[in-house]
Every structure is written in structure tokens, then in C-alpha cells.
Design a protein around this ligand. Structure first.
Ligand SMILES: Cc1ncc(COP(=O)(O)O)c(C=O)c1O
Length: 418
């Protein structure tokens, strides 16, 4: 089927792709339509700016650049060196860090590099247990972390959903880990970095903050920074931070060389220079007052969504949120997490299931980074809560909810000029 005639408001990328590879262009355009006509409540996703996307599609994608600026294995790196220096300088300034490494291909690669910089195989690591919100890289047997290190898991209090700090301290004293990891895929509250630093110091452990989720809020001043407390901060650049898919590491100058060598040559080859350039763009955007307003609004919206869902009968973990994400149990509405996700997807509401702090229960994880980029505010967040409840309470309401979602997303395009 020819695709060129289906291009609406073609950009040059659409034009070129449509002419050159209509089969792939059709998939890309359909995905764009999916993203812009359904509600994106996946807490790890966002809409990056046209400038970030332009850097990703730039000629820097053609360049091989193993090594670091001024010390590359390949020739012709002078200009990509300038791009990487810019990204590093902006990251260090944005987060007040002595050193930034912006080459990690993903959040997982950044965590791997942090372990490589500080640990040896067989070392003991204390991290949030996976059923409580730890990431795969925090000791899953299906991941390198669980195979190469001896992980001990801390958890949340099943009653409050809050990190059980006394358990963290007790496990640290018993197991004397080489490193403690703080950070989670679903914890909705601020992490008490000063507490984790104190425990790490007491038992002689390194502190690694996996701030993959809140780092964008930190950039915008809407969440406390782990940088003054952690030996190494790992992060992603594509969540609230709104950059390209990728990772980064922040640390003090005393660990800079170890971190750099842990990224390249220990765990990665050539840097993806188009992504590094796009990270520079995102760090530049994140340093603006507009981004600080955005980050604050992300939290305001998440709180409005949490309050709306609680009013509709969902059990909201910890009773609310300090961040861009929240987790809820839909059981009071007569539906489990997996069924709920399917029913909501059919109604055009896209989100994840997540573990809940009780055995074998799955809830829903929602985030407001993407809808806030679209310009939605508290009123829309409250309305989204009602739409979720409506779709789950009454299966036959799915079509009506889908129509309202289409209307809402039509009024709030991700990037009005795109
Ligand atoms: C806490 C945490 N660490 C690491 C990662 C891994 O990031 P990536 O998917 O980019 O590898 C994630 C991803 O969501 C995360 O939430």
C-alpha cells in the first residue's frame, strides 16, 4: 500500500522515510498516531522535544567515537568531542556534580558501570528487593546483577508502603555489604539519601543512588538531589528528564577515572554520539525556568491523579506521591492489576502493572511526565482518574472512555509545533 498519501503534515523525515521505505514509514506513522491518540501514563516515558529528536536524527549518528574527548581510538572526532564536552559540562552544571559520564547506552548500562567501578564479582550488595520495587539490575537472578553479586533485599513496610528504614539498617549491620543501592522503579516518595549515606558510612559501604526515575525532577528542582550523598548516581535520560533514551553517571572527581573506565572500555564500545548530542540538548532544556515549572507541574498532576483515584476507591500505595509516579491497587473496584491494564488499554489508557507490597498482588503504576509535557494540568489529571474508574467499573463503558481519551489527547498534542 503506498504510504506517501497517508502522511499528514509531513516533516522531512516522514517524507524521506515514506519515499524510501514505505513499509517502515507506515509503522512509524502508526506509532505516532498511537502515541498521540492514547493516554501515555507509563511512568518511565515522556515526549522529547523536536530539538532532541533532531539531534538523534543528525549526522552524528554516522560517527564512531570509542574513548573520550581528546583520547579517541578513531580519527575525525574533533566535532563529536565538542558535542560530548558540551553534554558533560551541562550535566555537571545541572546536577552540581564534579564529574559526569554521558556515554551509558541505557539506565541498566549505567548501573552495570557503577558496579564495575566499585565492586568485584561475589561482593555483597544491599538493594531494594524486586517484589518491593527494585529494578532488574538490583539483583534479579535473570540479570547480570543477580548472577555476579550476592544481593540482599530490603523492602517496604506492608502497612504504610514506606521504606522500612530499620530493616535497611539491620540488614546492613548483619551483611556488611560492599555497596548499598537506593532507588526504585515504583517508589512514589522521596528517598532519604542522608539516611542511606549514614548507614553506608556506618558499615563501610559505597552508596549508589539509582535515580533513573526522579533525576528529571531533581534537574527541575522538584525532588531532592542524591548527588551530595551518593558515591555514584546512575540515571536514565529519557524519563521525566525528557531526553533521548540513554543513561548517565554522576560522581565526585576521586571516582571519575574509575567510572569512565567502567563505561569504556569495560562495559561498552563506541559511544552513540547522536544520543550524546541529544543528551546535551536535553540538559540545556532542563536548565531553563520552563523546565522547572514543568517538573513542579508533573508532581502537582501526580498528586491530583492520586487524590482522584483514591476518591474513586483505588487503594493508593503510601496514600499519595511526592514524585511523578504512583502505584495503586484496583482490587477495591473488583479487578486485578493485569485485567485492569488490558481493559484500560482497550479504552486508550496505557500504563504498566507493578508489584504491590503484599504477596502475589499486582497493581498499576502510573506517571504524569508525558501528559504534563502535553500541557495537561490538575483538572485533566482529575478527569483521567474518573476515566480509569469508569473503564474498570463498567466494561461496556470502554468505548465511551476511548472517545473521551481521543478528545482529550486531541486537545493536548505532545508538541504543538510537531
Ligand atoms: C530504577 C531503575 N534503574 C534502571 C533502569 C533501567 O533503565 P533502562 O531501561 O534504560 O536500561 C530503570 C528503568 O526504568 C529503572 O527504573
Amino acid at each position: 500500500m503506498p504510504v506517501a498519501h497517508t502522511l499528514e503534515g509531513p516533516t522531512s523525515v516522514d517524507d524521506v522515510l515514506g519515499r524510501q521505505d514505505p513499509e517502515l514509514a507506515e509503522i512509524v506513522l502508526a506509532e505516532r498516531a498511537r502515541q498521540t491518540t492514547t493516554l501515555q501514563l507509563i511512568a518511565a516515558e515522556n515526549f522529547s522535544s523536536p530539538a532532541v529528536l533532531a539531534a538523534l536524527g543528525s549526522p552524528l549518528a554516522n560517527k564512531y567515537a570509542e574513548g573520550y574527548p581528546g583520547a579517541r581510538h578513531h580519527g575525525g572526532c574533533e566535532l563529536v568531542d565538542a558535542a560530548e564536552r558540551l553534554a558533560v559540562r551541562r550535566a555537571e552544571a545541572l546536577f552540581g556534580a564534579e564529574h559526569a559520564n554521558v556515554q551509558s547506552h541505557s539506565g541498566s548500562s549505567a548501573v552495570l558501570a557503577a558496579y564495575a567501578a566499585l565492586l568485584r564479582p561475589g561482593d555483597t550488595v544491599l538493594a531494594m528487593g524486586l517484589p518491593h520495587g527494585g529494578h532488574l539490575t538490583h539483583g534479579s537472578p535473570a540479570n547480570f546483577s543477580g548472577r555476579w553479586f550476592d544481593f540482599v533485599g530490603y523492602g517496604v513496610d506492608p502497612g504504610t508502603g514506606l521504606i522500612d528504614h530499620e530493616q535497611v539498617r539491620a540488614l546492613a549491620r548483619t551483611h556488611r555489604p560492599k555497596a548499598i543501592v537506593c532507588g526504585s522503579i515504583s517508589y512514589p516518595r522521596h528517598i532519604d539519601h542522608a539516611f542511606f549515606r549514614e548507614v553506608a558510612d556506618e558499615v563501610g559501604a559505597y552508596l549508589i543512588a539509582d535515580a533513573a526515575h526522579p533525576i528529571g525532577l531533581v534537574a527541575g528542582g522538584a525532588a531532592p538531589s542524591p548527588v551530595p550523598y551518593a558515591d555514584i548516581v546512575c540515571a536514565t535520560t529519557h524519563k521525566v528528564l525528557r531526553g533521548p533514551r540513554g543513561g548517565m553517571l554522576l560522581c565526585g572527581s576521586e571516582l571519575a577515572e574509575r567510572v569512565d573506565r567502567a563505561v569504556f572500555p569495560f562495559t561498552q564500545g563506541g559511544a552513540q554520539m547522536h544520543t550524546v548530542a541529544a543528551k546535551a540538548v536535553a540538559f540545556g532544556e532542563a536548565a531553563t525556568p520552563a523546565f522547572a515549572r514543568y517538573a513542579r507541574q508533573v508532581v502537582v498532576n501526580a498528586r491530583a491523579l492520586a487524590a482522584g483515584l483514591a476518591a474513586e476507591g483505588f487503594a493508593v500505595t503510601t496514600g499519595g506521591t511526592d514524585t511523578h509516579l504512583l502505584t495503586v491497587d484496583p482490587a477495591p473496584l473488583g479487578v486485578d492489576g493485569r485485567t485492569a491494564r488490558g481493559r484500560l488499554a482497550a479504552a486508550g489508557i496505557v500504563l504498566d502493572t507493578c508489584a504491590l507490597p503484599r504477596p502475589d498482588a499486582r497493581g498499576l503504576r502510573l506517571g504524569t511526565a508525558a501528559v504534563t509535557t502535553q500541557g495537561m494540568g490538575e483538572a485533566e489529571a482529575a478527569r483521567i482518574a474518573v476515566l480509569l474508574a469508569t473503564a474498570l467499573r463498567d466494561e461496556s463503558a470502554g468505548r465511551r472512555v476511548r472517545e473521551e481519551v481521543r478528545d482529550l489527547t486531541g486537545r493536548f498534542p505532545p508538541c504543538p509545533d510537531r
